[in-house]
Design a binder for this molecule. Structure first.
Ligand code: SF4
Length: 282
């Protein structure tokens, strides 16, 4: 595992317009969560966010859309955004996170300069019907297989704290390992009152054990990323995620919740003697 910490910034280029029913997701229109909703973020704003992320030390910049999957219009928009970002911040590794995707759609994104695709399995195949009824887990798994077939960098992970059992967590990690991802983002459920799920029941100790378990079960993944829910889950013990096996974090805001200021994360890494990665191979 690299000792340098890979920083990634996420940009919701479209927000809050998804018709699916994932019970943990405030971007679903079904739950009427109090979040920003828009079809397409102006390209100029996206470019500004990309430059700010790069200047703060991010290597990855992830273009996220809120929908079940790609369609022709979304593919066109994501490609336009990718080209615009490369003009202002060519150093960034472009990642797309746009839901289920066919091999052809992924190859189109790849040809626009997108190197990696993120699609999470979210939870175990068995538990999944309890958190989503509008599309099957198998479509998520197949999209990840398509990413590998497209020769793109596969980023896939999941979310803990939805009410799943430990057996479900192990099962999800086994499924993730079978896909041989380069990066594994793990999220911790951040409760929103508009959602039907109970708040995340995990303790900090349990969450740290899950970071360790993820590292243990995916020894070949180049990066274990603690993504959404980090601040809420770990509070003033965020610095412990690195000793537990994480070597990547999201900096700046998440999709619908605020992260802490980027400089606070940089200060945390400096205080731990951890360097920020300045190049990426995988
Ligand atoms: S498909 Fe994605 S954006 Fe839509 S509700 Fe599920 S997790 Fe949220």
């Amino acid at each position: 595992m690299s000792e340098k910490i890979f920083l990634c910034s996420i940009c919701n280029i479209n927000s809050g317009t998804c018709k699916e029913d994932c019970k943990f997701c405030s971007q679903s229109v079904r739950y009427k969560a109090d979040i920003d909703r828009y079809k397409q973020k102006p390209i100029k704003n996206i470019q500004e966010e990309a430059v700010a992320a790069r200047d703060a030390g991010a290597l990855g910049f992830c273009l996220v859309t809120a929908d079940k999957g790609l369609n022709d219009k979304t593919v066109t928009f994501v490609c336009e955004v990718a080209e615009a970002v490369q003009k202002v911040a060519p150093e960034l590794r472009l990642i797309a996170c746009n839901g289920t995707a066919t091999l052809d759609q992924l190859l189109t994104l790849k040809s626009a300069g997108i190197k990696a695709y993120n699609h999470n399995l979210e939870t175990s195949e068995t538990f999944y019907p309890q958190i989503c009824t509008t599309h099957p887990w198998s479509e998520r798994y197949e999209t990840c297989q398509n990413v590998n077939k497209a020769g793109m960098v596969l980023i896939t992970g999941g979310i803990f704290g939805l009410g799943e059992t430990q057996e479900d967590r192990v099962s999800m990690l086994e499924s993730l390992a079978s896909l041989k991802p380069t990066s594994v983002p793990i999220n911790f459920y951040h409760h929103n009152e508009a959602l039907q799920l109970q708040p995340n029941p995990l303790s900090v100790e349990e969450a740290l054990d899950l970071v360790k378990l993820t590292r243990k079960m995916l020894p070949d993944a180049q990066r274990i990323m603690v993504a959404g829910g980090r601040e809420l889950m770990f509070g003033d013990r965020q610095n412990e995620i690195f000793a537990a096996g994480a070597n990547s974090i999201v900096i700046g805001n998440y999709l619908t919740t605020a992260g802490r200021e980027m400089n606070k994360d940089l200060e945390m890494l400096a205080s731990l003697g951890l360097d920020v990665a300045t190049s990426v191979t995988g």
